[in-house]
Design a protein around this ligand. Structure first.
Ligand code: HEM
Length: 474
């Protein structure tokens, strides 16, 4: 189904089409203040100007797209007219992920994507299922019944260990808390992107700048250590790092340590926090929606009968999968995607000049009442095929789309459903009274002060198999 009823026009270059409307903002700063004071509220309010909205951050012109057809064109049909947004080229971001898959462009990106793709094929990913379940069981062994936990911290630790084990066949369980803490410090300055402080810290040797670079250097040490260990004892572990280590150009040259470091760091970052957030917000929504929680438990008990979940169970864990999808509708871990126009284009009848920054917001479009009935309600059953088939394709795009679509989307969906099932068999969570859960859009959509819950042991079915942590992992 198309979101815009009238036929959408092909991009026309050099046309005399009008520029779209938008908030005027301060004569120098543009909309920087409004955006920083309340990022999510601001991007929601901008929709009142129409489906294509123009705004300005200091000297940078930004265009916001709210119509699924336009979002589809941005990410898929007109993808060649764009590159990744300028914000991904900021010195802070560049220092963090360098020229890895998320940020690279052109032929270099195509080659790296070709090399990495086999590691993410469904079949290969399926072999990671047992590791995911195993690590979840280990993690649960550390939880006492009735203990108070910050579930977002717990999920972060778990998904960090899983991504490092599955993609790099390395175990960081001893250091996971430390790495998690450093990574979480590193992304903090991104909460104030588009402020003057951000611009200064990125470019000048301020205390914020120095602190940031020191933190990244600390993660570098860990990543270079993982690479050095593997170079020292080369063996085909069949994981992503082996593939990248062995990959050769036509002239026989191989990736340098720093190229490898960029890819490892990218997957390290892209591959765990997003998934941890989808899980954390799922536990939050289940804790606040007892009917959905009840249906979730019924499905687990019926399908699993108390045994550990396996990849083969996934097709029958349909309600659990709907919980994951609905959670990522309401709390999309990546709440925006951004591009820069490489040429002048037309979007929704408006002119978008070359060099413009163009954004689509999962946070806004996935809560738009034009596409979703009762959009603020947590309703996993809106993802039954009968109901979801009616949606415009890009009304829901938690993993982006087109050539730059998330390479880890199957990995993430499998991980979310398996971890929800493994943990949900044993525990349910209740929100701690008095703890206010708030969203904080940093690089991703985080809970500002974590999510404090009490871990309640579910009345056991025959969850005996969960008691034993097997020593074999992949
Ligand atoms: C719920 C979990 C996840 C969400 C919501 C998510 C979201 C996204 C989105 C929206 C993009 C596209 C960005 C753009 O178009 O500008 C993306 C790209 C990417 N994601 Fe994910 N992601 C998730 C999990 C993962 C995992 C588990 C991995 C790896 C293990 C991963 C690795 C990547 C990479 C490498 C890219 C860049 C792909 C390219 O440009 O070729 N992501 N992700």
């Amino acid at each position: 189904m198309s979101a815009r009823q009238e036929a959408s026009t092909e991009p026309v270059k050099g046309s005399a089409l009008p520029l779209p409307p938008g908030p005027k903002g301060h004569f120098i700063l543009g909309v920087m203040r409004e955006f920083n004071n309340d990022t999510l509220g601001f991007i929601e309010r901008c929709r009142d100007f129409g489906d294509v909205v123009r705004s300005r951050f200091l000297y940078v012109h930004a265009y916001f797209l709210y119509n699924p057809d336009d979002i589809e064109a941005l990410l898929t049909t007109s993808a060649k007219s764009y590159r990744k947004a300028k914000s991904l080229r900021s010195p802070f971001f560049a220092r963090l992920v360098g020229n890895g898959l998320v940020t690279s462009e052109g032929e270099f990106w195509r080659r790296q994507r070709r090399l990495a793709q086999p590691a993410f094929h469904r079949q290969r990913i399926s072999s990671y299922g047992d590791v995911m379940v195993e690590y979840a069981i280990r993690q649960m062994h550390k939880w006492q019944a009735d203990a108070v936990l910050d579930i977002s911290r717990e999920m972060n630790r778990l998904t960090l260990e899983i991504v490092v084990k599955t993609l790099f066949n390395a175990d960081v369980s001893k250091e996971a808390d430390h790495i998690g803490a450093v990574l979480s410090e590193v992304v903090k300055p991104f909460a104030s992107q588009a402020t003057l402080k951000w611009i200064a810290d990125n470019r000048l040797p301020t205390p914020g700048h120095r602190r940031y670079f020191n933190l990244v250097a600390e993660i570098d040490r860990i990543v270079f250590r993982i690479i050095a260990e593997r170079r020292a004892s080369p063996s085909d572990e069949g994981d992503l790092l082996s593939m990248l280590l062995e990959a050769q150009d036509d002239d026989g040259t191989q990736m340098t340590d720093s190229q490898l470091r960029d890819e490892v760091m990218t997957l390290f970052l892209a591959g765990h926090e997003t998934t941890a957030l989808a899980l954390s917000w799922s536990w939050y929504l289940l804790a606040t929606h007892p009917e959905a929680e009840q249906k979730f438990h019924e499905e687990l008990d019926e399908v699993l009968q108390g045994r550990r979940p396996k990849v083969e169970d996934l097709p029958r864990l349909t309600y659990t999968e709907r919980i994951a999808k609905e959670t990522m509708r309401l709390y999309p871990p990546a709440y925006a995607v951004g591009r820069e126009a490489l040429e002048e284009t037309e979007i929704g009848g408006f002119r978008v000049p070359r060099g413009s920054q163009v954004f689509a917001f999962q946070w806004v479009t996935q809560r738009d009442s034009r596409y979703f009935d009762n959009p603020e309600a947590f309703d996993p059953d809106r993802w039954t095929p009968e109901r979801s088939d009616k949606l415009p394709k890009y009304a829901y795009f938690p993993f982006g789309g087109g050539p730059r679509q998330c390479i880890g989307n199957y990995f993430a969906m499998m991980e979310i459903v398996l971890l929800l099932a493994t943990i949900g068999q044993r525990f349910k969570f209740s929100l701690e009274p008095g703890h206010k859960v708030e969203v904080l859009p940093v690089l991703s959509l985080r809970p500002k002060n974590g999510i404090q819950v009490r871990a309640l042991e579910r009345e056991r079915l025959s969850a005996t198999n969960l008691d034993t942590v097997s020593t074999t992992s992949r």
